[in-house]
Write a new protein. Sequence first.
Length: 243
Amino acid sequence: MNMTRRQMLVLLPAAAVAWESLLAGTPESSPNYEQTQHWWGMLIDIPKCIGCGNCVRACQSENDVPDGYFRTWVERYHVTDTNLANPEVISPDGGKHGFPAAVEDSGKYFFVPKMCNHCADSPCTQVCPVGATFVGPDGVVLVDQKYCLGCAYCVQACPYGCRYIHPTKRVADKCTLCYHRITKGLTTACCEACPTGARQLVDLKNPKDPIHAFLKTHAVQVLKPQMATGAKAFYNELDGSVR
């Protein structure tokens, strides 16, 4: 793809400088994207999730995720007074096509979207024998598939079950926070597709990001805090039964 002189003049100066990086498929190397100026995470607002599966379908389409594998998925919890410690959890086909009708009883139902937590102290990066999986300066955990051996050590080390070995590439695959999008100033595919705003991409280094006001007025939690992974997928109103 070539850019004409006319197109160059139309572009803002900063965009023109970044053009070659975008064409090369390395937007993170663009002068317009400073990795050290960001620290990405995700806010998941449990009461807003309706279990529609839009996020799962959008992720699969955007990232060419193979059938039967998931970079993100949704679980439905059914909690009653008698099963607080062991609630019923279902996720048919990752919740991609929604869920069956709930049975009316005295218990409660709620949905929990899950994904890579992009941990600051991620166990997956610590066990990779060749450094193929790493935490970038902007807090996104990525896999360099050119170096990945497909040994699955990282898959076993992830306490959240968020990784898999790609069935044809035979390398580790996972959520990248749609890195190809966020480095261009876009949000993730799952956030864009959510009809209720249950998912919000957050930049913890941006003082103007609404996440800071949200954290002051809400008690957010992370999954499996006892693992001390520095997870950056923050959940609002997370039920204690969620595992």
